[in-house]
Design a protein around this ligand. Structure first.
Ligand code: PLP
Length: 397
């Protein structure tokens, strides 16, 4: 095992994926131009045109109307706007209040912590839907949770696909259940949007989160797609941009690059999904061949799992030790969600799926994307056996 590999292997596309060349070109071109899209003069109107064309492009990719796309600074902001904004919008009514927020125990922290905050600071009552051992939410479980107090539920939020273990949720079935009770349904499609066909209208969701940097656009731009008539109370107040739902000067270069990246991504989504699935399946096969007692977390490779996701627990190891040993070999991966990396705590997703503390701690996520190659997979397979041995010896000390 070399301590410094000559090439770097990036297996952390779920944290952020390289920008597409077309998006870099669009962004750099736009950075050299001038204009606030809210200004009325020629430069402002030009920037406005770019923003509106980008909105149309994104709407087309994600099966929405342009007027339904609300730009934000990314997935975290869009999730906060959906969860807090819809809770505030529906909480109070003359004949009582709706204080319940239904969500799952496997959401990204952008939803999880927003719901916790509503509970601690805003008088909400969180209802955490359980998941099966693969991380899946069953529509019957949602129905049972809603029907206990349907009149008191303000909003339901269930992610389209899980960022740690790659579980794809039955989003349209879940949306249909919430609609039977007239409750708005939000879904965080940040991970799904890069790898699966995501059609907002067909999904039946009322609010859907996407972000630029998971699909080859820049960091710091995203959107909340909001069905007509779904009106969250704003989190940000100011200049009244984005129909007063999200104030703040629009970042024209980032928005243009986001739309270009989404369009490029959508162009060959199916072929790319097949290519990445084949690489991922080979990665799983090779890792299990070298480390037979490793456990693949999440659904079996197939329709219920994101194409680029492989997530393992390595018994007797600490995930952080594995990550650092792989990094020393030029291989980048993650112990789970990038946002919690660095904080040594077991994955809340694995715990919710019924894993014990040690299995949750000894886990690693390898995520593939548009720049992944067979060489990346082979490079991992060449070192993973020795890395696991070393991490086990370190943990046993
Ligand atoms: C499922 C999910 N939701 C939300 C986010 C946050 O998005 P952003 O980094 O654009 O704030 C992430 C990022 O890791 C994610 O994976």
């Amino acid at each position: 095992m070399s301590s410094q590999s000559s090439r770097s292997v990036y297996l952390d596309h779920a944290a952020t994926t390289p920008m597409r060349p077309e998006a870099i070109a669009a962004m750099t071109d736009e950075l050299a131009r001038l204009g606030n899209p809210s200004s009325l003069h020629t430069a402002g109107r030009r920037a406005r045109r770019v923003v509106e064309e980008s909105r149309e492009q994104l709407a087309e990719v994600f099966g929405a109307r342009p007027s339904e796309v609300v730009f934000t600074s990314g997935g975290t902001e869009a999730d906060n706007l959906a969860v807090k904004g819809l809770y505030w919008a529906r909480r109070d009514r003359p004949d009582g209040s709706r204080r319940r927020v239904l969500t799952t125990a496997v959401e990204h922290h952008a939803v999880l912590d927003a719901v916790r905050w509503l509970e601690e600071a805003q008088g909400a009552e969180a209802v955490w839907l359980g998941v099966d051992t693969d991380g899946g939410v069953r529509p019957e479980a949602l129905r049972a949770a809603i029907s206990r107090a349907a009149g008191q539920v303000a909003v339901v939020s269930v992610m389209w696909a899980n960022n740690e273990v790659g579980t794809i949720q039955p989003v349209s079935e879940l949306a249909a259940v919430t609609h039977e009770y007239g409750i708005p349904f939000h879904t965080d499609a940040v991970q799904a949007a890069a790898q699966l066909p995501v059609d907002f209208t067909a999904s039946g969701a009322d609010a859907l989160t996407i972000t630029g940097h998971k699909l080859g656009g820049p960091v710091g731009v995203g959107a909340l797609i909001l069905a007509r008539g779904t009106e969250p109370v704003p989190v940000l107040h100011g200049g009244g941009q984005e129909r007063d739902i999200r104030s703040g000067t629009l970042d024209t270069p980032a928005i243009r690059a986001f739309a270009v990246a989404a369009a490029v991504c959508a162009q060959n989504l199916e072929d790319e999904a097949k290519r990445v699935t084949a690489l991922r399946d080979d990665l799983v096969r090779q890792v299990l061949a070298v480390v037979p007692d490793a456990v693949l977390n999440g659904p079996p490779p197939g329709e219920r799992r994101l194409p680029g996701n492989a997530h393992f627990s390595f018994p007797g190891c600490e995930g952080d030790a594995l990550l650092m040993l792989l990094d020393a070999n030029g291989i980048a991966c993650s112990t789970g969600s990038a946002c919690t990396a660095g904080v040594a705590e077991p994955s809340h997703v694995l715990l919710a799926m019924g894993a014990d503390d040690s299995r949750a701690r000894g886990s690693l996520r390898f995520s593939l994307g548009h720049t992944s190659t067979q060489e990346d997979v082979d490079a991992l397979a060449a070192v993973i056996g020795e890395v696991v041995d070393r991490a086990r010896r370190a943990a046993a000390r």
